[in-house]
Design a binder for this molecule. Structure first.
Ligand code: TYM
Length: 331
């Protein structure tokens, strides 16, 4: 705990343009914690280099991800917003936790299996030990709650296992974190293949709606979304495309499935797709405007990064002092 507040930590990789999956599964929910918790929201650039990045793009996306955090409603006065590589304790604790994470545990991580299948020419050690670094991110701040999409659940469970192992050897060093996975929006699916997750690294642009897509693009992508040969808007097994659109519509409008079914009874998919696109574009319009304003003021973003890194580092230092002492490193 920081003061008397519990801690929230989450991170987003600056490894591509952010999607409405990132928004609905994670970022949109972040600001709800800002009053009650001390929140650390990190741009995890150390994680991003587990896949090869173009340096200039990584740098630009790091600014962009920070700007998006703010544009999505995170007040830098109320949240600690920072860049992972600016706080070296992440890498340090990451290495330490590598030594408390088992090869077998890492081998079971489905994201590692997926990513190594997709990047067969660059299955580097960092990609393999990625979850220990994520555990370090979380445990460094004595985090209580981690808001993420469902794809991070396995990594969170590993974090808890590593914390339990470490605490079992050295006493209570780390707070045991819980995940916060939203009921609706935890897994937004691809518009082109609604049986797989919408992912910012998908090469098919029609599969993805980016947070920063303009209204015409958003409407076009939803119009082309893969559905099925029926006409009824309702949630049912096998209707993956419509189920996904209902989830997205529900996230943007707050409407329940029953309300959505009633609203589109007898109206067909064309009307429904247009409504989903409009709800999405309208909610994201102010985010886009604010993003553009922020990106025009790099100095402001750099100030936030600097202030955020200092706050994060001072909190991380407390945990690192404890960890170093417990392990037996000479002070
Ligand atoms: P990343 O950058 O892949 O995604 C950022 C957040 O977006 C969520 N997300 C989704 N949610 C719903 N539907 C989708 N299609 C979708 N795609 C992505 C992710 O679950 C995530 O919450 N390993 C993390 C970054 C990380 C982290 C951390 C997160 C590093 N350290 C510590 C929390 C705590 C990742 O790759 O997220």
């Amino acid at each position: 705990m920081l003061g008397d507040k519990k801690i929230v930590f989450s991170g987003v990789q600056p490894s591509g343009n952010l999607t409405i999956g990132n928004y609905l599964g994670a970022i949109k929910n972040f600001s709800a914690f800002s009053d009650e918790y001390h929140c650390f929201y990190c741009v995890v650039d150390l994680h991003a280099i587990t896949l090869r990045q173009v340096p200039a793009e990584l740098r630009r996306r790091t600014y962009e991800t920070l700007a998006l955090y703010i544009a999505c409603g995170l007040d830098p006065e109320k949240n600690t917003l920072f860049v992972q590589s600016h706080v070296p304790a992440h890498a340090e604790l990451g290495w330490i936790l590598d030594c408390y994470t088992m090869f077998g545990e890492l081998s079971r991580m489905t994201q590692f299996k997926d990513k190594s299948a997709k990047n067969a020419s660059n299955i580097n050690a960092g990609l393999f030990t990625y979850p220990s670094l994520m555990a370090a991110d979380i445990l460094l701040y004595q985090t209580d709650l981690v808001p993420v999409g469902i794809d991070q659940k396995q990594h969170l469970e590993l974090t808890r296992d590593v914390a339990t192992r470490f605490n079992g050897i050295y006493g209570d060093v780390f707070t045991m974190p819980d995940g916060y996975i939203p009921q609706t929006g935890m897994k937004i699916m691809s518009l082109a293949d609604p049986t797989s997750k919408m992912s910012k690294s998908d090469p098919n642009e029609n599969a993805i709606v980016y947070i920063l897509d303009d209204k015409d693009t958003v409407l076009r992508k939803f119009r082309r979304a893969v559905t099925d040969s029926e006409t009824e808007v309702c949630r049912r097994e096998g209707k993956d495309g419509i189920n996904n659109l209902m989830t997205i519509y529900s996230c943007f409008t707050g409407k329940t499935d029953e309300e959505i079914v009633r609203e589109f009874a007898g109206r067909g998919y064309g009307d429904f797709k247009l409504a989903v696109g409009e709800a999405c574009a309208d909610q994201l319009a102010p985010v886009r405007e604010e993003f553009a304003r922020l990106m025009a003021d790099k100095a402001y973003l750099e100030d936030i990064m600097k202030k955020g890194a200092a706050e994060a580092a001072s909190c991380a230092l407390k945990t690192m002092r404890k960890v170093r002492k417990k392990i037996g490193f000479v002070n």
